[in-house]
Design a protein around this ligand. Structure first.
Ligand SMILES: O=C(O)CCC(=O)C(=O)O
Length: 283
């Protein structure tokens, strides 16, 4: 599928109802966006990486914390938690990140020139898959890019419900600022910190069938719960940034960004991966 459609050609643009939900709540949901076969392709790639059949940098692969800490025994994909930066190394994930079914609506929010920030595959395996604490993704990118917001897309690879650990959001929390985020305690996935003072009672479960996409403002408070079922709860999360955002240089780490569609501007041209998959990351 083409990735550089003109503004007029954008078949998957926002509807007025989605725009209203975006402005008011900070998210909206689209159903039947991807077929099971399309999502199976992503699962095959992710599973092959997890099983060591496709090379991938170790530091981007995370095991389930209970397995990692020796609290439960599990192997293969049942022992997995997530992989980060899939679109830097996998053509299949890069194509998904550039798919207009994800990017057309994002253009209405961020403008025509888009970069990809992170692309994750999350397994949340049966019985041991752990939830994520309340957090705001923007808390992580705020020191690195000058821009109002970034946009996340959360694609359900499996049906996602309260029992297997669906996403929860606090509608409207994208308007109330970025909270402090504190370290987690105990045996949990350590990749996310916890937003301090998030009002748990305001959380709304966003249950979705396979193939649905949740588009969310990266300032929205969101979390997910543990998987208590015998089913997997897998998803692909792709984040987008306006190419007009300015990079704040950090001496130790530059978050890699990937060209998605439209133009690249000098403020960010530094370290943007464009047409080919890189073999190494910028220093
Ligand atoms: O998929 C989940 O359970 C949570 C993912 C999430 O919160 C994130 O990627 O920011």
């Amino acid at each position: 599928m083409g990735t550089n459609t003109t503004l007029e050609e954008r078949k998957f643009r926002l509807t007025p109802e989605e725009r209203a939900s975006w402005d008011e709540n900070g998210y909206f949901v689209r159903h039947n966006v991807f077929t099971e076969a399309e999502n199976d392709l992503l699962t095959q790639v992710a599973d092959a990486i997890a099983l060591g059949k496709i090379p991938f940098p170790d530091h981007r692969i995370f095991q389930n914390a209970l397995v990692r800490d020796g609290k439960v025994e599990a192997s293969g994909v049942h022992a997995m938690h997530s992989i980060h930066q899939m679109n830097l190394y996998s053509p299949e994930f890069l194509e998904r990140t550039r798919d207009p079914r994800l990017t057309d609506p994002v253009v209405d929010i961020l403008g025509p020139d888009l970069l990809g920030l992170n692309s994750l595959y999350i397994w949340k395996p049966p019985k041991i898959g752990l939830g994520f604490p309340w957090h705001q993704d923007r808390w992580y990118t705020r020191p690195q890019f000058k821009t109002e917001t970034t946009v996340g897309t959360w694609t359900a690879i499996d049906p996602s419900d309260i029992e297997n650990g669906c996403l929860y959001v606090i509608p409207g929390s994208h308007k109330t600022g970025i909270l402090e985020h504190a370290e987690l305690e105990g045996s949990q996935q350590q990749e996310f910190r916890q937003a301090v003072g998030a009002p748990d009672e305001d959380g709304v479960a966003v249950e979705v069938p396979q193939g649905s996409v949740i588009f969310f403002d990266n300032r929205i408070l969101h979390k997910s719960t543990d998987n208590k079922t015998k089913r997997f709860r897998r998803c692909n999360v792709a984040h987008y940034l306006s190419a007009k955002a300015e990079r704040v240089h950090h001496k130790n780490y530059m978050r890699p960004v990937m060209w998605v569609r439209g133009k690249i501007y000098p403020t960010l041209s530094d370290g943007v991966y464009r047409d080919t998959l890189p073999s190494a990351e910028p220093k």
